[in-house]
Design a protein around this ligand. Structure first.
Ligand code: MG
Length: 218
């Protein structure tokens, strides 16, 4: 299905275009708008919080948080802030400026907070600095929207799916990033969890680049 961004969402996001341009991350604007539209669709549901797994420096959080603010919802963005396995030193997308000289490890928490503050989203976005499994084990609230964009390794992607998809309300929206079939390699983990959502009866609403937006059965 072709995705046409909602005009109201597009206008609000465009107010932050300068911040979006200068925030490092891995999401082109076309995908960001499609992501933002996904949370916009949850206004048909009771007002549950939304969850993002994988904050990094908050580029996707700007899109999601902007719509959460429009709808009066809270967005919980979860990241251990030590960098997922595919952005560690030696990997193509590693950014050495994000290594904390004291711990010698990546630390994206400060950068995320700066992004959220510059976006004026402090009252709508709740930053959680924890690995997603640990936080899932104590978080029992039903959610209306889930964006899975954490670690893309096999184990992590499936754990995020197992832990968080059951928390989605009926009719809730599930967005998965970096869905690439890559059949020669047997499929990438985000693609595998995308297939799992379909097997569970999720209906695909639309796609944009590597983003897939699905809806849970009502
Ligand atoms: Mg991603």
């Amino acid at each position: 299905m072709t995705f046409i961004p909602n005009g109201e969402v597009k206008n609000r996001v465009s107010l932050l275009s300068q911040l979006i341009k200068t925030t490092r991350g891995f999401m082109p604007e076309s995908e960001g708008l499609a992501l933002a539209h996904g949370i916009w669709l949850t206004q048909e549901l009771p007002p549950h919080p939304a969850v993002e797994i994988g904050s990094y420096l908050g580029l996707s959080t700007i899109y999601l948080g902007t719509v959460a603010k429009m709808l009066g919802l809270k967005l919980i963005t979860i990241d251990h802030h030590r960098g997922s396995e595919e952005i560690q030193p030696g990997w193509e997308h590693h950014d050495p400026s994000l290594v904390d000289p004291v711990s010698g490890r990546m630390d994206t928490l400060y950068g995320l907070r700066r992004t959220i503050t510059l976006a004026g989203l402090n009252s709508s976005v709740i930053i959680v600095a924890s690995d997603s499994q640990t936080f899932a084990s104590v978080f029992e609230t039903t959610i209306g929207f889930l964006f899975i964009d954490g670690g893309h390794g096999k184990e992590q992607a499936h754990l995020d799916f197992d832990d968080w998809v059951p928390k989605l309300a009926d009719g809730g929206i599930l967005a998965i990033h970096d869905v690439f079939e890559n059949l020669q390699l047997g499929g990438t983990p985000p693609y595998e969890i995308y297939l799992r959502s379909k097997e569970m009866g999720f209906r695909q609403l639309y796609e944009a680049g590597s983003l897939r937006v699905m809806q849970k059965e009502r």
